[in-house]
Design a protein around this ligand. Sequence first.
Ligand code: NAP
Length: 318
Amino acid sequence: MANLTNRESGKPLKIALIGLGKIAVDQHIPALRANPNFEVVAGVSPRSKPEGIEVYESTSELLRARPDIEAVAICTPPQVRRDIAREAIEAGKHVFLEKPPAATLGEAEAIRNLARAKGVSLLASWHSRFAPAVEPARNWIASRRLKHIHIIWKENVRQWHPGQSWIFAPGGMGVFDPGINSLSILTRLIDDPVIVQKADLHMPGNCDAPIQVEMDMLTDSGVSIRADYDFLQENEQTWSILVEAESSEKLALHMGGTRLEIDGKEVMREKEAEYPGLYAHFHRLVSTEKSDADFSPLRIVADAFLLGKRIAAPDYIE
Ligand code: NAP
């Protein structure tokens, strides 16, 4: 069981960040430093050495040198998550997993089982669920019968993921790396299980993950869902989910869930601020000795790989 001393005495939870790349530096560190319930004490990165934080080269080294750490946030690419999570949980640390929780469903389930067995809190985080328009959209949907949902998630991989070769390696998920964010919103908006019916996976000859995907899904109650993912989108970037009710009323989430339109009229436009909410949630979980580990978005991606048709695409050169 993790050490409760600091929480019991109201002191901030000592946390380390494992993986100090783009998302750790841009979002995790600022959100943690603005939250008095946390104290960032160290980080791990095999090669990068960002300033202003004590950096270790491996998780083992961190755990040996800083036994006072109570929690870790794992912000590495998915392929190395399981071993890191296992080491941290075995050492009794609470774990915050960046999305996606792991490279495979089997790994994710193994992490969840180990956390349960060791009595530590686990958050398999989905930052997009904390976008401001998601809960209002869920409430709108709850009182309507739906007809169709269309996900359009199109961004330029060269702009948003420069140098991140892990994205096109096995387990990197390709365009599903951002696309899984839309699926995390979808699985929050509706409670019905989502069944993948068809997926066209466009695979560059020099990559192990798709660069474009068109996918058809269906819920148990008969709502059809279409998703169009594109990693080669130039000019305007699109992260939208369009919902049509049987009554023909329409709801649209744009910009990853920061803007909400009802019947073509904008009713919400907010700044992105997902990580403060995520860390408040993590702190609540630790304080109440609970976990939140929902893998339904990862299951949809796994099903797309199981059922998908591979279509040859031109090599991807960054
Ligand atoms: P990134 O910039 O490539 O950073 C990955 C970091 O992980 C690097 O600092 C790397 O260290 C470190 N790392 C690799 N192997 C490691 C290991 N075995 N132990 C410790 N650290 C290790 O990637 P990112 O954009 O931050 O994305 C990381 C994860 O966050 C991905 O799963 C992604 O889906 C998710 N995410 C990203 C964004 C985004 O906008 N970028 C948004 C939300 C979520 P070195 O540099 O030292 O090699």
